[in-house]
Design a binder for this molecule. Structure first.
Ligand SMILES: NC(=O)C1=CN([C@@H]2O[C@H](COP(=O)(O)OP(=O)(O)OC[C@H]3O[C@@H](n4cnc5c(N)ncnc54)[C@H](OP(=O)(O)O)[C@@H]3O)[C@@H](O)[C@H]2O)C=CC1
Ligand SMILES: CC(=O)[C@@H](O)[C@H](O)COP(=O)(O)O
Ligand SMILES: [Mn+2]
Length: 379
């Protein structure tokens, strides 16, 4: 039986992970669930999956949860609780499905405790890829990608020699404003930005899709996961999200992973790898697809993607700044404090102000992250 802990169980990835687990209860035991503030849902989940540990974001929520959770459930809270949930349960795999670089410490704690990671929380790799990948290698644990593009690349690389890879290409849907010009982005609303054409996801990543910052984060994520240079990582717009990404080899053969857009496929693959199990998603019938479309990436239309490549190539503390400025700018847009186009202005200004520091450790990443958030809040 596979033992799983989910950090962010009440979100889009968290609930879809539990949906997968619920279909084969004889194969999985849920050890721990961590949520933010959705008390009602995490209590419902705990009653169904009977984890030994439940964590909430605050002490008040944890106290309230205790009144409703099955007797004997250990209830934790806050960042310390999240770290303990990640590290101290009997789980063999921790699914990291919380949003943002706040997931870093808990991810590292899980790795240090010898847990395999099903990684959805891409921001942890963006902000500290050098630390996460080195620790995982030292501990002999796997970081299995849940992000659809990275799961696709991981599947395409199965059995291949890394030295035979020429380049990889990540596909981007183009997000909610893919058919608008930059001029047409003036005055767009939060509700319009949250209307992703292909995927139902949490708010932050949906805005990132619209600005193309999501693909930028994914380029840096791919750099760390697959040990590729930035020159070997391309991005193409593919509005249908049927081809999830592809690898070109030195002989110019291309292997792509394709299927209907349903995150339960990559989530389950990260949990069952190298085995494949049936999923509830439908079969893709290519004969019924009228066409697949592709557009070259336009870096002037999507400056956030350019910032991500520049940050990744600069290395040092710069990706941490790119990520933290983006997280803050997106939160401000969602709160109605800035416009959609000001997201990229904020990121550009914070990057301009930053004095990069060499190969940061966890402590200095936390400091740089806090500096970038403050700078992004003040613009
Ligand atoms: N959704 C998707 O299809 C995909 C997502 N990803 C990545 O997966 C990650 C999760 O995304 P998604 O599921 O969309 O996000 P959601 O916003 O849907 O979910 C976020 C989760 O994090 C929890 N959370 C928030 N604050 C805290 C906290 N302080 N402590 C513990 N948990 C907290 C939320 O809890 P609560 O709701 O209870 O407050 C919720 O369970 C992101 O990094 C995203 O980029 C990658 C590929 C696809
Ligand atoms: C489902 C998933 O992996 C998301 O990261 C997705 O890629 C977002 O869609 P975009 O292609 O619009 O960024
Ligand atoms: Mn993705």
């Amino acid at each position: 039986m596979k033992k799983i802990t989910i950090l962010g169980s009440t979100g889009s990835i968290g609930t879809q992970t539990l949906d997968i687990l619920s279909r084969e209860p004889e194969r999985y035991q849920v050890e721990g669930l961590a949520a933010g503030s959705n008390l009602e849902l995490v209590i419902e989940q705990a009653k169904q999956f009977k984890p030994k540990t439940v964590c909430l974001s605050t002490r008040e929520l944890a106290e309230e949860a205790k009144l409703h959770l099955p007797p004997g459930t250990k209830v934790l809270y806050g960042n310390e609780g999240l770290i303990e949930t990640a590290a101290s349960t009997d789980a063999d795999t921790v699914v990291t499905a919380i949003v943002g670089s706040r997931g870093l410490e808990a991810t590292l704690a899980a790795i240090d405790a010898g847990k395999h990671i099903g990684l959805a929380n891409k921001e942890t790799l963006v902000t500290a890829g050098h630390i996460v990948m080195r620790r995982a290698a030292e501990k002999g644990v796997s970081i299995l990608p849940i992000d659809s593009e990275h799961s696709a690349i991981f599947q395409c690389l199965n059995g291949e020699r890394r030295t035979d890879v020429k380049r990889i290409t990540l596909t981007a849907s183009g997000g909610s404003f893919r058919d608008r010009t930059r001029a047409e982005l003036e005055g767009v609303t939060v509700a319009e930005a949250l209307n992703h054409p292909n995927w139902s996801m949490g708010a932050k990543i949906t805005i990132d899709s619209a600005t193309m910052a999501n693909k930028g984060l994914e380029v840096i994520e791919a750099h760390w996961l697959f040990d590729l240079s930035y020159d070997q990582i391309d991005v193409i717009i593919h509005p249908e999200s049927i081809i999830h990404s592809y690898v070109e080899f030195v002989d110019h053969s291309i292997i792509a992973q394709i299927g209907l857009p349903d995150m339960r496929v990559p989530i389950q693959y990260a949990l069952t790898y190298p085995e494949r199990r049936p999923t509830p998603t439908e079969s893709l019938n290519l004969a019924k697809l009228s066409a697949l479309h592709f557009r070259e990436m336009d870096f002037d239309r999507y400056p956030c993607l350019r910032f991500a490549y520049e940050s990744g190539r600069a290395g040092q503390s710069v990706p941490t700044v790119f990520n933290a400025a983006n997280e803050t700018a997106v939160a401000r847009f969602l709160d109605g404090a800035i416009t959609f186009l000001e997201i990229e202005t904020v990121i550009a200004k914070v990057l301009e102000q930053h004095q990069a520091i060499d190969v940061p450790d966890v402590q200095s990443i936390a400091e740089v992250d806090a500096w970038a958030r403050a700078a992004a809040s003040n613009i």
